[in-house]
Design a binder for this molecule. Sequence first.
Ligand code: SAM
Length: 201
Amino acid sequence: MSDITMGPQRAAGNVTNAGLFFRRWLKNPLQMGSVIPSSPSLCRRIARLTEHGPDRVVVELGAGTGVITRALLAAGVPAERLYVVEIVPEMAEHLRQALPGVNVLCGDAFDLARVLPAALHGRVGTAICGIPLVLLPIEQQRRFVAAVDAVAPGLGFLLYSYCITSPLPWQALGLAAKREAWTPLNLPPASVWRYRPAEQR
Ligand SMILES: C[S@@+](CC[C@H](N)C(=O)[O-])C[C@H]1O[C@@H](n2cnc3c(N)ncnc32)[C@H](O)[C@@H]1O
């Protein structure tokens, strides 16, 4: 049986699931933004930049098949304080099977105030974005920034990208931007950017 026809039971434990990822890319390349999941090197860099104090949760937006989620768990983020949002139901189901204990929310990250339980608003340690924001018009990017700010005022978010320069027009979006990490060990090489509302600088 190939990865492409893999059922939920076979998928358990196979976090990377490159077959599912590629199949989704064929269906909707703009929504996926990449042909393959992020590399272990990139995932580790993101995990190192993630804050998860005892009263904080980590929110991952656009979790795909869960490779970053797995790195976050390996870095010590407790599964019960990890909230991953994924818009594609099939991928959300894969995440539930492959990463038991992690809170998987199937929904639209642009509607985060509704998708994330209200009790967690204001309790986000780090928000990580895997959605290919660079491919979206600025009005959509603005909506995303507002969606994160609605649940984590002033916090901003991490965004990984294959661009050499900032993937977001940070000034036009009222953000401060900092490139926190880079790795050549990803296809293609990738950077991790941190964006915060500009007044937080
Ligand atoms: C580039 S992939 C990243 C997957 C994974 N985090 C990784 O690094 O391999 C982008 C993911 O974002 C999801 N996505 C796209 N738009 C979304 C949205 N509005 N809300 C939630 N997830 C979304 C896609 O379905 C896809 O799984």
